[in-house]
Ligand binder design. Structure first.
Ligand SMILES: [Fe+2]
Length: 236
């Protein structure tokens, strides 16, 4: 007989972990909550299956959990990082992967934690993956991670506007980010992005998600060089 009270390994101790992040690194925790909410919004908009939406929700919440292992003074340092500090910071996907794996999270969540700094042009870390091999869930979280970083203030610069951040990512999409995920971000109107950032995403969530093709048709004008067929998402 199945145990109805067994914890779902995909959601595991996510609230406890976020509480720890909230206490130690509140800015990182807030960033993770927004990245998760943006990612879920886009995944629903693209009509992705429920298990992928859930992986993006949990993976988005935990993608930077490895930063718990990085000294806070490195995370909040306003100036340029030394090589040693940069090395410590770049370890966070692997630290996070190890933590989440030990806690029993599923591979779909572990992929997001480990690979969210991999890039389309293989310039990312920790493995310099070929962009074509990066899971779609990871591509969505990576773009939303960059978008939230750009639209959040930093010690060394002000926050970019939604429009400026979208435009910057669209310019870089062909090289560093997945054009399919960026075109989804470009299709999200500013009021929706604002609502997601402020925890009101459900107000804007459609009851029936439009098909990926409908969304693509609506967004194709943003990235004319985009050639991938979004229908492949249905074949994952
Ligand atoms: Fe990160």
């Amino acid at each position: 007989m199945s145990n109805l009270f067994a914890p779902n390994p995909l959601v595991g101790d996510v609230d406890t972990i976020l509480e720890a992040m909230e206490n130690r690194q509140p800015a990182v925790a807030s960033h993770c909550r927004r990245v998760s909410a943006y990612g879920v919004q886009l995944a629903v908009q693209y009509g992705l299956p429920d298990d992928m939406v859930e992986a993006i929700r949990v993976g988005g919440l935990l993608h930077d959990v490895g930063k718990l292992m990085v000294p806070t003074d490195i995370l909040s340092k306003p100036g340029r990082l030394t090589e040693q500090e940069w090395h410590a910071l770049q370890g966070h996907p692997e630290y996070g992967f190890d933590m989440a794996e030990q806690l029993g999270f599923e591979s779909a969540v572990l992929d997001i934690i480990l690979y969210h700094h991999e890039r389309n042009d293989s310039s990312g870390y920790p493995d310099g993956l070929d962009g074509r091999t990066i899971p779609w869930t990871v591509r969505i979280v990576s773009v939303m991670d960059a978008f939230d970083a750009l639209t959040s203030p930093r010690a060394y610069r002000a926050a970019l506007s939604v429009e400026a951040a979208q435009a910057l990512l669209a310019r870089e999409a062909a090289d560093r980010y997945c054009p399919w995920a960026v075109s989804g971000l470009m299709s999200m109107p500013k009021p929706v992005l604002d609502a997601v950032a402020h925890g009101e995403a459900d107000r804007y969530r459609p009851e029936t998600a439009p098909s990926a093709l409908v969304v693509e048709a609506a967004t194709a004008r943003w990235i004319p060089s985009y050639h991938e067929d979004p229908r492949i998402v249905t074949a994952w």
